[in-house]
Ligand binder design. Sequence first.
Ligand code: GLN
Length: 193
Amino acid sequence: MRQIGVLALQGDVDEHLAALTRAGVRGVAVKTQRQLDAVDALIIPGGESTTVMKLLRRFSLEQPIKDRVTSGMPIWGTCMGLIVIARDVADLDQPCLGLLDVTVRRNAFGRQNESATVDLPIAALGEPVFPAVFIRAPWIERIGPGVELLAERNGHGVMVRQGSVLGTSFHPELTQDDRVHRYFLHLLEKPGS
Ligand code: GLN
């Protein structure tokens, strides 16, 4: 059975593991390179990007993740995870992983008290609209030539894909709707499509 890793340095790890179980695959927490080596794909959850970038370096996981993704491992970042995988981040004083050719702006949809669940049309998922949870969410303000825009909110990109690299500003793991998890899992079968 496929094993899908969830980076477990900080953030909403358990919610992703539960969503993976509902989607019919085995989710495993990843804290070490040995655990990373054993998974077929990796999810970086929501959390705090400044903290996680520091922890990735402290746990010597930054380069191993880059190497796995460069050799084809699918990766998906949700909210903080989107920031961590981006090439450029406005308002962040340290480099991120640079795996997704976008520029994101942290906290762009407002502070905690402006967090919201929004009915988001996502053509790739079909009907009905997706209940997208935004919590101090980033938006995507530049999209590189190889990046496909999958959803927008108020004219700003909130879901993109570049080959088998997926990014969402929102938190599908905080709903009972597993369609984005299933969409990510299909990237394991046909990354180029
Ligand atoms: N605002 C957080 C950050 O910049 C992300 C918030 C989230 O993941 N819900 O890291």
